[in-house]
Design a protein around this ligand. Structure first.
Ligand code: SF4
Length: 311
């Protein structure tokens, strides 16, 4: 083999990396779909596209999975053009045509409504999102889509969890699957297990035609920004912590929190012990993952636990 043949070309390297990321994202999306029964045979899935990296990646992976899935489901891509000044109207239709997916662009001037209703200097995102949600949910019904897919990922879910805890006093995140308030739509988040940094890299390498999200002139929610920086900092100094924290959302122990509506502490009887010892250290851990005797926590978890205690 010649030396030049042995050295991988930059194009080849990019292709290999895209394949690797795609495989990982496919696996994570597939697992989320299965764990939460997000998509079933015969479903019509309306994939909401904002023009950001997350929704492009979601559409790309869902279309990819659709080809090899053991079930048959439809995909319809939908974008809501909210008439923000400078919104490049041609980008999404051109891209969607190029990948051969059925799509709709809904035009609704929510920008003017928001500007008219929200006082100058106040954050516009709350009303804007509500108007967007309402329009999209109504459109899903109109086209007979029984599932609405949103592009939120694992990091969005964790950020929301901390936002609710720090600023709202609630232990609540963003569910991978939920029924809309009016009970008429099933909302799914197929990227729930996907890491934002993988999505960002995938989007960059695939050269998705990203539309900037600050066209409305609104600042990104400052509190969310603070949480994001906190999580990114932990990710650098304590690799693996983000994964552990996300796992905690899937291992909730109501009897070891303090919500009297979630767990009937008043009528707690002797003999109810989850099969674990009652000391506070052991109780940091989900009894489902404890030792067979329900005694000491597993040794490999100790450093992370010490970190938590030191916070
Ligand atoms: S950033 Fe702008 S477009 Fe996005 S939700 Fe906020 S107001 Fe709406």
């Amino acid at each position: 083999m010649t030396e030049s043949a042995a050295v991988e070309s930059p194009e080849k390297k990019i292709k290999v990396r895209i394949n690797k990321l795609q495989k990982r994202l496919r696996r994570e999306v597939g697992r989320a779909i299965e764990d939460f029964n997000m998509i079933e045979d015969g479903d019509k899935v309306m994939v909401c596209l904002s023009g950001g990296k997350d929704s492009y990646a979601m559409l790309d992976i869902l279309m990819n999975l659709q080809k090899s899935a053991p079930i048959s489901f439809e995909i319809v891509a939908v974008n809501l053009d909210q008439k923000q000044p400078g919104f490049p109207e041609h980008i999404l239709p051109e891209y969607l045509e190029s990948i051969g997916v059925e799509f709709h662009i809904i035009e609704r001037d929510t920008y003017s409504i928001v500007k008219e209703v929200v006082p100058e200097g106040k954050t516009t995102c709350g009303l804007c999102s509500r108007l967007r949600r309402g329009t999209l949910y109504g459109f899903a019904e109109k086209i007979g889509a029984n599932k609405i897919a949103l592009g939120h990922h694992r990091d969005d879910i964790l950020e929301t969890f901390f936002l609710n805890m720090f600023y709202g006093g609630k232990l609540k995140a963003m569910p991978p699957k939920l029924v809309s308030d009016d009970g008429k739509n099933m909302v799914i988040r197929p990227l729930s297990y996907a890491r934002e940094k993988d999505i960002a890299e995938y989007g960059e390498l695939k050269e998705f035609p990203i539309i900037p999200c600050n066209l409305c002139g609104s600042q990104e929610n400052l509190q969310r920004q603070v949480i994001k920086e906190m999580l990114n900092g932990w990710d650098k100094t304590h690799p693996g912590r983000i994964e552990t924290m996300f796992r905690s959302l899937q291992h909730v122990v109501p009897s070891h929190l303090a919500d009297t509506e979630l767990f009937n502490f008043k009528e707690l009887q002797m003999g109810y012990a989850h099969g674990i010892a009652g000391d506070s250290v052991t109780n940091f851990f989900d009894p489902r993952e404890g030792t067979e005797e329900g005694g000491e926590p597993r040794a490999e978890k100790m450093p992370e636990m010490i970190d938590i205690l030191a916070l």
